[in-house]
Design a protein around this ligand. Structure first.
Ligand code: XLS
Ligand code: MG
Length: 346
């Protein structure tokens, strides 16, 4: 069994959010990037995730030369701090050019913008010595289903990924599926859809996936099953652990905050698949509660990691032999109770 320290942890600057929601303004001031970077090691994390415009702010107005220069400077800072860039994700959901989707927009000029921005994101990743691009297909969906064709949208997403695979022969791409928000209904909603898309691409072995707990729950699926499914294909390349209380807006709650048993199952599945042994990171895509005070700003990241490590111990101390004996006897009632009592420390 791998040791506790086999896991490397990451977060993104966006995980220190200011508390705004659709019904109220921020409750905390914007923190500087420097401050967010300075917290990382002290919280027991090893890497940072980036959107392209986290790495190079306001990039839309900058020349390619300027963008690479700023990305190079960031790489020097990260290296000096001993912090790796885990992933880089093109933020294809803010710009007016992505108002009706990015790769699947009905406007060919906007589709071109999205692809060009994605290729540029690869160049930024290369400057950060990062080989993994994450595609959260935030606006690849519809508010009115008849406004787009599902088949055409899949073809456009494959075309865009193929352009990225052709742009750089080493880069790998992890699709982060989500079934809805901000769209009414999104394309590529689950890990099954993501891996099916990977098979259509020009180089399927370079297209994998990132799973987020909350996104699985929003799709009505069990996160640990989704993890097992992706690992069956050897394609779970990044992970956003968090939690979600029912089918509503994406809450990005601290890991284990709603369903400790599901969190245990996710960790037990990661252990069984030796996730992390090939350098994969555990990221907590979590946000502080709106009520969180400035002095407690990092608690959600600290607590998610603590819960994760406690559950690693729980997974490793779970009596798998006794569990298998109950399975053999089809005594699932006692297996159920055994898991509960293990989690209760009985
Ligand atoms: C959605 C995504 C998002 C990041 C990565 O959950 O993970 O949080 O911005 O694109
Ligand atoms: Mg996420």
């Amino acid at each position: 069994m791998s040791k506790k320290r086999d896991y490397t942890f990451s977060y993104g600057p966006w995980n220190f959010s200011e508390g705004q929601d659709p019904y109220g303004p921020p409750t905390r001031p914007v923190q500087t990037f420097d401050w967010k970077l300075d917290q990382l090691k002290g919280l027991g994390y090893d890497a940072m995730m980036f959107h392209d415009d986290d790495a190079v702010p306001e990039l839309d107005g900058k020349s390619h030369k300027q963008i690479r220069k700023e990305a190079k400077a960031l790489h020097r800072r990260l290296k000096d701090a001993g912090i790796a860039a885990e992933i880089v994700a093109p933020r294809l959901w803010f710009s007016p050019n992505t108002i009706d989707g990015a790769y699947t927009s009905n406007d060919p000029k906007h589709r071109k913008y999205a692809v060009e921005r994605s290729l540029q994101c690869i160049d930024i990743a290369n400057e950060l010595d990062c080989g993994l691009i994450v595609l959260w297909l935030a606006r690849e969906g519809t508010y009115v289903r008849e406004s787009k064709s599902g088949r055409r949208s899949v073809e456009l997403i494959v075309e865009a990924i193929d352009k990225m695979l052709g742009h750089d022969k080493k880069i790998r791409i992890a699709i982060e599926p989500k079934p809805n928000e901000p769209m009414d209904v999104a394309y590529i909603p689950t890990i099954g859809h993501a891996l099916a898309v990977a098979q259509l691409c020009s180089d399927p072995k370079r297209v994998g996936a990132l799973i987020e707990t909350a996104h699985c729950i929003l799709a009505g699926l069990d996160p640990s099953d989704e993890i097992d499914f992706a690992c069956t294909f050897g394609k779970l390349w990044s992970l956003h652990l968090n939690d979600q209380n029912g089918l509503k807006f994406d809450q990005d709650k601290p890991f284990g905050s709603v369903n400790l048993r599901s969190a245990f199952d996710q960790v037990r599945t990661l252990e069984r698949n030796k996730y992390g042994s090939r350098g994969e990171c555990v990221a907590f895509d979590v946000h502080p509660f709106r009520t969180t005070k400035i002095e407690h700003w990092a608690k959600h990241l600290e607590n998610s990691r603590r819960t994760f490590l406690h559950l690693v111990e729980k997974a490793r101390s779970f009596d798998e032999k006794a569990a298998q004996a109950l399975v053999k006897d089809r005594n699932y009632a006692d297996l159920d109770q055994m898991v509960l009592e293990h989690l209760l420390g009985k």
